[in-house]
Design a binder for this molecule. Structure first.
Ligand SMILES: [Mn+2]
Length: 326
């Protein structure tokens, strides 16, 4: 083997795998569980850079998250503020505060900033905080996604719940079999920059001023339609009773109730096992203890309102947002 070949393979091995999370301060314990599990399953020969996009974090959480750092997994923090796009998005979100506006915090939109904020990366992973990583995310990073802008899982909730299928088909004009979940994303950042994803999204927001069911995810589906690679479900797996389905690499607690809110959910043992590595086990236990039945009921009411909204929007004559040319 020539010395040049050896050098090349070494270079490839140290390529950084950027992994983004977006949180508000109170989501620090959940993101810590996901990051701790990512670290447990990382490949010691690869190098990972976890980047937490947040809107302000207290010192306690900052230190605890910093403590998770290992030899091959570093953690960076990026407070998103004073950003022209953010201002438009916050303004837009602040008007969408009716019942059924479940996902209208600006923080949900931070994932759409990654391509613009990180010109140094060609590719990145985004993961929701309500996840436990059970495989090596570098394998997702290495995936051949063809000529597509995004890789994501066709959303099982949309496929299985008629009111959501009908909503995406009529209000967004996206076939339910193509509509993806934005909880785990592999992003071709070069392509997203070329298509001016963020400017496009903000222009669509301004033009239609629409109140959507899952805003960031809905915009992603409309703008990237036809340029989305459909991930294998092992990368965004729903938990089962015993934890992770066979072969799962990322388990996503994508139901409205989370393991830190109540007992008896599928895959809760997997979550609590990973919680032990997070440095937040006791805090998470006390969050669950203090999560009252009233809070759970309020959440059920919110979900009912969200479904009512989807139902109402599924009856529109034409889509409420459309992709636009820039
Ligand atoms: Mn999620």
């Amino acid at each position: 083997m020539s010395i040049f070949n050896t050098g090349k393979s070494l270079l490839k091995r140290v390529e950084v795998v950027p992994v983004f999370y977006t949180i508000s301060n109170d989501f620090a314990p959940y993101v810590a569980v996901s990051i701790a599990s990512l670290i447990k399953n990382s490949n010691p020969n690869r190098y990972y850079r976890v980047i937490i996009l947040h809107d302000g974090m207290n010192f306690h959480n900052y230190l605890k998250l910093r403590n998770l750092v290992t030899k091959n997994v570093e953690i960076q923090f990026h407070r998103i503020s004073h950003n022209l796009y953010l201002r438009t998005i916050i303004k837009h979100c602040s008007k969408k505060t009716g019942s059924g506006d479940f996902f209208s915090s600006a923080i949900y939109f931070y994932r759409t900033f990654i391509a613009r904020l990180y010109p140094q990366y060609a590719r990145a992973i985004y993961i929701d905080s309500d996840t436990v990583v059970t495989g090596d995310v570098a394998e997702l990073f290495d995936l051949d996604m063809g000529d597509n802008a995004v890789a994501a899982l066709v959303d099982p909730k949309v496929v299985n719940i008629p009111v959501f299928s009908s909503y995406v088909e009529h209000a967004l004009g996206v076939p339910p079999s193509e509509y993806v979940n934005s909880g785990v994303l592999l992003l071709d950042l070069k392509k997203l920059r070329r298509m001016k994803f963020l400017s496009r999204m903000v222009k669509i927001m301004d033009k239609y001023d629409a109140s959507l069911v899952a805003p960031d995810q809905d915009y992603l589906n409309v703008i990237c339609r036809g340029q989305i690679y459909h991930l294998d479900e092992k990368w965004n797996a729903s938990p089962i009773k015993t934890g992770a389905p066979k072969g799962a690499k990322i388990v996503h607690y994508n139901l409205f109730k989370k393991p830190w809110q109540c007992d008896g959910l599928d895959g809760e043992d997997l979550f609590w096992k990973a919680a032990k590595w997070s440095g937040y086990y006791n805090e998470l236990q006390s969050i669950k203890k203090n999560y009252t039945i009233e809070k759970l009921r309020a959440k059920e009411d919110q979900v009912a309102a969200l479904m009512a909204k989807a139902d109402k929007l599924s009856k529109v004559k034409e889509p409420v947002i459309k992709n636009i040319d820039l």
